[in-house]
Design a protein around this ligand. Structure first.
Ligand SMILES: Nc1nc2c(ncn2[C@@H]2O[C@H](COP(=O)(O)OP(=O)(O)OP(=O)(O)O)[C@@H](O)[C@H]2O)c(=O)[nH]1
Ligand SMILES: [Mg+2]
Length: 489
């Protein structure tokens, strides 16, 4: 059975989220003694012998764990400070890392057309090295943002390179979409659209995460937290305290400092890492009903290009603040339909669902409880007419640390088109004025490419709309058919 997953984390955002994910995953496996099949999906076990990492076989005691990860950034700050010299430096080997000095300057084209060809060979060599250490490679998880230059441009370049070489292994992309209201990168709509164009074509499954959703969740946590009344102590005068609270809650401090010192999306990334942890939990631990990422992709993506998932996690607010949000199990199932629990904002009641996945983590949950939760959801949502039963459920018997249970829902729903519509309109506002285009043309991103991206995004939006229309018609016809059996009175 295919097993190992290789994570490719690119750019500042990809690496900061990656780091949080590895940190949480390590904590979850802290008390484990033996290196088993499940653990080997994300980690290698062994010991350093000089420069070489000597691998131990399955079934051996856990010694040194190394992440099956490729770490790439064209700026060296995060890599030097946090990856190679941070608390988790032991789980990365220098040979897994590729970095440069100056970054891609928030320019997709520089990341894609300059750094792509420049670093392709070096990075792909590292990818090959990582795959050679796998018994049976399952696929790749990419972590990156879309709004900057490296994660967006080079990240999508690597997605293509990996796709060309590993045709039969899935490519799963976890991507952070810039906040439309609070982003420091003026050209982020260009970068995101250029990246989206590649994701539509080359990724098997995308988990979009909107920074605005993360900021809103964090703000709600702050609003709920009584301690936050005066978080900055009594010695500060009220005005400074107020300004800081404002900046924090808007994500303002986060944004203006995103490339420098200060707040580094700490809480936002903690949330994303929890999502990835839940997503991968049933691969990392033995469970009664395991689903791997291959199955998720297979079950949730009925049309190849409509492969964008809406995720929500519950309990959510407690992850950051223990005092928030106690949820009952039944409530947690329903949170799958609450935009306040979604990592990308959609309107569940106005969406058509093509397929849904639930990953439930609990030691004690019974199948009957899960079935009841699924039935409640089925009653509430509008599922496409040919897939009324389209729920895929995974159960992992190991709950997250400090929680009794958690439910991650992953839905393929037409509601996601709102995200693309908003992005397209932001893009068009800039493109209409041909703003900043010279910066992109300089690196080989011509207007043809911009036009292509615009068309493909519009096409994607219309594909979702079409499904809604067709479903409406089918449902109408079905009910007419039913009616035709009624006795005529
Ligand atoms: N959630 C989250 N968003 C981030 C983080 N770091 C940056 N961003 C967002 O990502 C976008 C910028 O991308 P970065 O990842 O900083 O850029 P990069 O990939 O390093 O590319 P360059 O620096 O341009 O070479 C903006 O929308 C930021 O708000 C992070 O750690 N977490
Ligand atoms: Mg950067």
């Amino acid at each position: 059975m295919p097993r190992e997953i290789i994570t490719i984390q690119v750019g500042q955002c990809g690496n900061q989220i990656g780091l949080k994910f590895w940190e949480q995953a390590l904590r979850e496996h802290r008390n484990q003694l033996l290196y088993d099949d499940a653990l080997s999906s994300f980690f290698r076990n062994g010991e350093m012998d000089g420069e070489i990492f000597e691998e131990y076989p399955l079934g051996s005691e856990i010694n040194d764990l190394k992440a099956r990860a490729i770490v790439v950034d064209m700026e060296c700050g995060v890599i030097n400070n946090k990856i190679l010299n941070g608390e988790l430096s032991d789980i990365f080997e220098a040979r897994q890392v590729v970095s440069d000095q100056s970054g891609a300057g928030n320019n997709w084209a520089q990341g894609h057309f300059e750094y792509g060809p420049m670093y392709e060979e070096e990075i792909m060599d590292k990818v090959r090295c990582a795959t050679e250490k796998c018994d049976s490679l399952q696929g790749f998880v990419f972590l990156h943002s879309l709004g900057g230059g490296t994660g967006s441009g080079l990240g999508t370049y690597l997605l293509k390179s990996v796709g060309n070489e590993y045709v039969n292994n899935f490519k799963f992309s976890t991507c952070v979409f810039p906040s439309p209201e609070n982003d420091d990168v003026a050209v982020s709509p260009y970068n995101s659209m250029l990246a989206l164009n590649c994701l539509i074509e080359y990724s098997d499954c995308v988990l979009p995460i909107e920074n605005q959703s993360l900021f809103d969740i964090v703000k709600r946590i702050d609003d709920l937290d009584k301690y936050k009344k005066n978080p900055y102590g009594t010695s500060l005068n009220k005005k400074i305290a107020k300004d800081m609270a404002m900046a924090d809650s808007k994500g303002g401090a986060t944004i203006t400092d995103s490339k420098g010192m200060g707040h580094h999306f700490e809480r936002e990334n903690t949330i994303v890492a929890h999502v990835i942890n839940n997503l991968t939990s049933s691969m990392r631990f033995e469970g009664s009903l395991n689903v791997d990422m291959n199955e998720i992709t297979m079950n949730l993506v009925p049309y190849p290009k409509l492969h964008f998932l809406v995720s929500s996690l519950s309990p959510l607010y407690q992850l950051i603040n223990k005092k928030c949000d106690p949820r009952s199990l039944d409530q947690s199932f329903l949170d799958a339909l609450d935009p306040n629990y979604q990592l990308v904002k959609t309107d569940p009641m106005k969406s058509l669902y093509l397929a849904c996945g639930l990953i439930v983590r609990s030691k004690t949950i019974e199948i009957s409880q899960v079935n009841r939760g699924v039935e409640t959801l089925q009653d509430k949502i509008n599922m496409i007419y040919w897939n009324k039963e389209g729920f895929k459920v995974g159960i992992c018997k190991k709950p997250p640390i400090n929680q009794d249970y958690s439910i991650l829902s992953l839905c393929n729903s037409t509601g996601i088109r709102g995200v693309f519509k908003a992005l397209l309109s932001k893009f068009q506002k800039l493109y209409k004025h041909k703003a900043y285009l010279a910066n992109y043309e300089k690196f080989g991103a011509e207007r043809d490419l911009f036009d292509e991206c615009e068309e493909n995004c519009a096409q994607l939006i219309s594909n979702y709309a079409q499904l809604e229309m067709e479903n409406g018609k089918e449902v109408e016809e079905e009910s007419l058919e039913e009616m035709s059996f009624e006795p005529i009175v």
